[in-house]
Write a protein that binds this ligand. Structure first.
Ligand SMILES: *[C@@H]1O[C@H](CO)[C@@H](O)[C@H](O)[C@H]1NC(C)=O
Ligand SMILES: *[C@@H]1O[C@H](CO)[C@@H](O)[C@H](O)[C@H]1NC(C)=O
Ligand SMILES: *[C@@H]1O[C@H](CO)[C@@H](O)[C@H](O)[C@H]1NC(C)=O
Length: 227
């Protein structure tokens, strides 16, 4: 029963997603293909720009049969390329290398050629998924930490079997210069139930990756307090 109502909620949320520019998600530091198609013709003038940043900055441009990078915004320098043998086939997709969180945003592709003019938009999102969780136990205090996550992660602690007592955690979040999140959370483990630590990244849509770890606190015979 409970499972069924959860499923309904999921469907409703799904239908409420707004129709917007096509979205492309890429993984931090990887290469990313921003798709753009046009009706192939001769004399193509291709311009990729980034209207979301201050002004309208040039990401990549191509005319007279070659790349024209004189006006390129320097933050894209050396990281963009068109697939030259694809242009004659009406494929002006842009390859962006070594993507950064700062590359997120709206991209415009506009093209004029003998067949006419076309423009299209892409909304680029960058993900840096949770890749590693370090677990450190000191007495009955457990600390879980992860680094280099984007977007901002959300974490929860719970016990199995569930218990009503609030878990006293201490959580710190730090955003690095690369805009990645480092997060660390510790709590004093209750003796007995297993502890469940779940961490997930939050996006405005429903997909999101999460990592869940189950652990138990094993308290050893307390050592003598004398030093
Ligand atoms: C455009 O070119 C890229 C790179 O070769 C390729 O991955 C992509 O599938 C092409 N798109 C179409 C619609 O042909
Ligand atoms: C593409 O759009 C830019 C503005 O974003 C404009 O300056 C440029 O002339 C357009 N290119 C073509 C080929 O129309
Ligand atoms: C951590 O503790 C605070 C209260 O101190 C509570 O509001 C919060 O929900 C707890 N967080 C987790 C992840 O359990």
């Amino acid at each position: 029963m409970a499972g069924r109502s959860v499923f309904k909620t999921f469907l409703v949320l799904f239908h409420l997603l707004p129709a917007a520019d096509p979205e492309v998600s890429c993984v931090f530091r990887h290469s990313c293909l921003l798709p753009c198609q046009f009706q192939s013709g001769s004399g193509s003038v291709i311009r990729w720009s980034n209207p979301s940043s201050a002004g309208d900055s040039v990401v990549h441009s191509y005319y007279d049969g070659q790349d024209q990078l004189g006006q390129q915004n320097q933050k894209f320098q050396g990281r963009t390329s068109l697939i030259l043998d694809q242009i004659s086939r009406g494929n002006a997709s842009l390859l962006l290398k070594e993507v950064k969180i700062q590359d997120e945003g709206r991209y415009k592709c506009n093209i004029s050629s003998s067949t006419g003019y076309k423009e299209s938009f892409i909304n680029l999102k960058i993900d840096a998924p949770v890749s590693d969780i370090r677990i450190h136990q000191d007495g009955n205090r457990i600390t879980c930490s992860s680094e280099g996550i984007y977007p901002q992660p959300e974490l929860t602690w719970s016990t199995e079997p569930p218990s009503n007592t609030a878990l006293q955690n201490r959580t710190t979040v730090h955003q690095t210069e690369e805009k990645l999140y480092d997060i660390s959370s510790s709590l004093t483990g209750p003796d007995g139930p297993d502890l469940i630590y779940t961490i997930k990244t939050i996006r405005d849509d429903i997909k999101g990756e999460f990592v869940k770890i189950k652990m138990s606190v094993t308290t050893e015979e307390p050592e003598s307090g004398s030093t």
